[in-house]
Structure formats: structure tokens, C-alpha cells
Design a protein around this ligand. Structure first.
Ligand code: ADP
Ligand code: MG
Length: 234
């Protein structure tokens, strides 16, 4: 009974989140379409036309960002659990964020242990780490180093993501994962880390954060290895 209740509560929370997010997408789209209507006026002065077009662009970008942080890879579908090779997964994820890194003059350094298999939903794993790496790169607007490394032992794999970016205060670290918490103003969604925390939790992993303002941030993710999951099942 208690378990059913928890499940119902969880479902409700997921539904509420879904509603809040579709709101975050619909709002800018409605605004954009309103300005498009105004743009249909043939007598609109050139200056106004320019102004409205830039608003439309901004609103569309804002909807796009929410979709990117929340829905690009991890479509709200039935989860498929598969064996993931950490090294090749991370390599693919790094390829995805490479253009953004280049744009910010960020150099990506990797150091992967030879092996490391974990169990999880590939799309969600990808969504999770794209969000983490994007944040790291965005924390270095004037360039820097982003290093991604993995360690492996019998019971768990550790993925370390370190940046030489702006860092966070203790208060900011505490708020990580809170829906819509962002320090990036209109350029942020505040959804990336919420998605990260929920995916890592679902995969039975943990997150720890170390950060120093003006120096950088290290996120460490621990996931149970395939061998340790199999052992538990026996
Ligand atoms: P967004 O990126 O849209 O702001 P996120 O949920 O992805 O939202 O991140 C929330 C906040 O966490 C960011 O606005 C930023 O303040 C902080 N943050 C996350 N990762 C880092 C990082 N590597 N360095 C500094 N701040 C970070
Ligand atoms: Mg983000």
C-alpha cells in the first residue's frame, strides 16, 4: 500500500514536471507566433520589423534550449536497459559537444580506463552527460580545459568531469538539480541538472561535486559496474 502510494506520488510529480516543461516550451512559441502576426503588417516601420524579428528569434531559441536540455536524447519513452561500454559512450558524447567547446576555446582532455561496463538506458545516459559537459563548457566563456576521466574497480565505475571555469559557491552547489534554477538568465533553462540528477538516480548512481569560485568544478559520478549488479542478482 505504502509502495503504491509512493509510486502514485512519483507519477504525479513526473506529470507536474511534464506540464511545467511543456509550459516552458509553449510560452515562447506563443510569444513568437504573436510577433509573427504583427510582422504581417505591410506598413510596419523598418525599425519595428527588425525589433520584432529579433524577439521572435530569441523566443524560438528559448524553446529550443528547453528541448535540448530535456528532450533531445531522452524522449519520455519506456526505458530500455542495456549494457553500455563507458569508453565508447563517452567518446560519442564528447563528439556531440566538441563544436561548442571549440566555439568557447575549450580543450577537451580524456583519460579513460581500459574497460568499464555499466547498465543503463543509452539515450538517457547521453542526455545526462551532454548536459554535464555543456555546463562545464558554458562555465568557461574565455576558454579553458575540460577533462573527462574514468576509473574502474570491481564494484563501481567513476566518471570525473573537471573544468577550469568560474566555479560555484556552496549555496549554488546546494541548489543544483532544483527545477528552473539557473544563473544564466535568459540563456539558461535550469533543467539540465534536474535531468542529470534524475537519470543518475534511476541508474543507481551517485553524484558528488567539488567547486571553487574562479578556479573550477569537478563532478564525480559513481555507477555500479555490471559485475556488481550481476553479483547482487545471484
Ligand atoms: P542552465 O545550464 O540552463 O543554467 P542547469 O540545470 O544545466 O541549467 O544548471 C544549473 C546551474 O548550475 C547553472 O546555471 C550554473 O549556475 C550551475 N552549474 C552547473 N554546472 C556548472 C559548472 N560546471 N560550473 C559552474 N556552474 C555550474
Ligand atoms: Mg545546462
Amino acid at each position: 500500500m505504502r509502495q503504491q502510494l509512493v509510486k502514485a506520488e512519483k507519477l504525479k510529480a513526473v506529470e507536474q514536471m511534464g506540464a511545467a516543461i511543456s509550459h516552458e516550451i509553449r510560452n515562447p512559441l506563443t510569444a513568437a507566433s504573436g510577433f509573427v502576426q504583427l510582422l504581417e503588417d505591410d506598413h510596419l516601420p523598418r525599425q519595428k520589423r527588425k525589433e520584432y524579428l529579433s524577439i521572435v528569434k530569441e523566443e524560438l531559441n528559448s524553446a529550443e534550449r528547453v528541448i535540448q536540455d530535456y528532450l533531445t536524447f531522452a524522449k519520455p519513452s519506456i526505458e530500455t536497459y542495456e549494457e553500455l561500454n563507458l569508453k565508447s559512450e563517452l567518446k560519442q558524447i564528447i563528439n556531440i559537444v566538441q563544436p561548442l567547446a571549440k566555439q568557447n576555446s575549450v580543450e577537451i582532455i580524456t583519460d579513460f580506463s581500459v574497460i568499464g561496463m555499466i547498465k543503463g538506458d543509452r539515450q538517457k545516459f547521453r542526455q545526462c552527460f551532454v548536459n554535464v559537459l555543456k555546463n562545464a563548457i558554458e562555465a568557461m566563456p574565455n576558454g579553458g580545459y575540460l577533462s573527462v576521466s574514468t576509473k574502474f574497480n570491481q564494484s563501481y565505475v567513476t566518471i570525473c568531469v573537471n573544468d577550469t571555469g568560474m566555479g560555484m559557491t556552496g549555496k549554488q552547489i546546494e541548489r543544483l538539480g532544483e527545477p528552473f534554477y539557473s544563473t544564466k538568465g535568459k540563456n539558461g533553462t535550469g533543467l539540465g541538472m534536474m535531468v542529470v540528477y534524475s537519470i543518475v538516480r534511476a541508474m543507481g548512481g551517485t553524484i558528488s561535486v567539488e567547486s571553487k569560485e574562479g578556479v573550477g568544478t569537478t563532478f564525480s559520478f559513481k555507477f555500479p559496474t555490471l559485475t556488481s549488479i550481476l553479483k547482487k542478482q545471484i
